[in-house]
Write a protein that binds this ligand. Structure first.
Ligand SMILES: [Zn+2]
Length: 309
C-alpha cells in the first residue's frame, strides 16, 4: 500500500515542480519576447518616444518619399541575399533571447551614455544648410506622440560635396546593406524577401552606419558614393563619401541621425509604410543630432530658438 502511495506522491511532486518550472520559464520568455521592457534595462533610459507604431519608410532608407534613383556610382557592396548569415531574423539570431527594444547586434546591453557625455563630434558637411530639422514635421517618416516625425537632420549643400565622419568609430555598414544596423525592433526577413523578389535593392539609399564607440551610432544616408568599408576604423573629420540623393530623396542632401542600440525607447513607423515595405513597426528612438554636434550659429540657433540669426 505504501509504495504506490509514495510513488504517486513522488510523481505528483515531480509533476508540480515541472509545471512550475515550465510556467516560470514560459512567463520569462514571453516577457522578453513580447515587447515588455525588462526593468533592469529600463532604468535610466530616456523615454523620449512614443510606443505607438505608425509611419515611415526604410529608416535612413527613405526620407523624402518618392521613387528611387539608383546611384550611378553605386556602392562597393554586392547586392545581398536576404538570407545573409548576419541578417537578424535568421536562425542564428532567433536562437537567442533578446530583450525587446535592444538592437539584435548590440549585446550584452549597457546603458546609453547621457548626451552631455558625448564629445569629439564634428559636422559631417563643412558648410551645410539645415533643410529639415529633427522633430515633428509633415514630412516626417516616423511617428512620435501621434505626430509625424523626422528622425534626423537633413543637411544640404551640393551634389558630390564631401561628407566626413562626425566622430571616431568603426564602420558597421557602407552601401545598401545597412538595415541590420539601424535598430529596427523586429524581424527583417519579410522586408529582405520583398526586396529580393521585386528586385528593389537598387532603390535603397546608399548609407553608412558607424559605431561611434561611445554607445551610439551615427547614420548617414543618400550618398552618391561611399569610400569606406565595413570594419574600417575612421576618425572624426575623415572623408566617408559624397553627397547624393540615392533612395527616396528629392535632391542631394545628407540625412544624418544618431541613436544608441542600447536605448529602450522607440519611434513608431507609419502603419501603411510598415505594411507595404514589410518593415517592423518600431525602430529604436533617435536623438536630435543638434544636441550633440558642436553649436553652430544659424543652424543650431534656428532649431533651439537660442536667438541665433
Ligand atoms: Zn531626413
Amino acid at each position: 500500500m505504501r509504495r504506490p502511495i509514495r510513488g504517486r506522491r513522488r510523481i505528483g511532486a515531480t509533476a508540480v515542480a515541472g509545471v512550475l518550472v515550465f510556467v516560470v520559464t514560459a512567463a520569462l520568455i514571453g516577457r522578453l519576447e513580447s515587447g515588455a521592457t525588462p526593468g533592469a534595462l529600463t532604468a535610466g533610459a530616456n523615454q523620449v518616444a512614443s510606443q505607438e507604431p505608425s509611419l515611415s519608410s526604410a529608416a535612413a532608407s527613405a526620407d523624402a518619399g518618392g521613387t528611387a534613383s539608383p546611384s550611378p556610382t553605386a556602392t562597393p557592396q554586392p547586392t545581398p541575399p536576404a538570407t545573409s548569415a548576419d541578417a537578424p531574423g535568421t536562425a542564428a539570431a532567433s536562437t537567442r533571447l533578446y530583450p525587446a527594444h535592444i538592437a539584435l547586434d548590440a549585446w550584452p546591453p549597457v546603458e546609453p551614455k547621457p548626451l552631455s557625455a558625448l564629445t569629439g563630434y564634428v559636422w559631417p558637411i563643412a558648410h551645410p544648410r539645415l533643410t529639415l530639422p529633427f522633430g515633428p514635421t509633415p514630412w516626417g517618416s516616423r511617428v512620435v506622440d501621434r505626430k509625424l516625425f523626422h528622425d534626423g537632420v537633413d543637411l544640404a549643400t551640393f551634389c558630390n560635396d564631401r561628407i566626413v565622419a562626425t566622430h571616431d568609430g568603426v564602420v558597421l555598414a557602407a552601401g545598401r546593406q545597412f538595415d541590420n544596423f539601424l535598430g529596427w525592433v523586429g524581424d527583417l526577413s519579410a522586408y529582405y524577401h520583398r526586396l529580393d523578389v521585386h528586385h528593389l535593392w537598387p532603390d535603397l539609399p546608399i548609407v553608412v552606419v558607424i559605431d561611434d564607440g561611445n554607445t551610439y551610432r551615427s547614420v548617414y544616408a543618400h550618398f552618391w558614393k561611399v569610400v569606406v568599408k565595413p570594419g574600417q576604423r575612421v576618425h572624426a573629420g575623415q572623408l566617408i563619401g559624397y553627397e547624393g540623393m540615392t533612395g527616396h530623396a528629392t535632391g542631394c542632401h545628407l540625412h544624418y541621425s544618431i541613436f544608441s542600440p542600447y536605448q529602450t525607447a522607440t519611434f513608431g513607423i507609419q502603419a501603411k509604410v510598415a505594411k507595404d515595405m514589410r518593415l517592423p513597426r518600431l525602430e529604436i528612438a533617435r536623438v536630435d543630432p543638434l544636441l550633440i554636434l558642436p553649436y553652430r550659429r544659424g543652424i543650431s540657433g534656428s532649431v533651439k530658438n537660442l536667438g541665433g540669426s
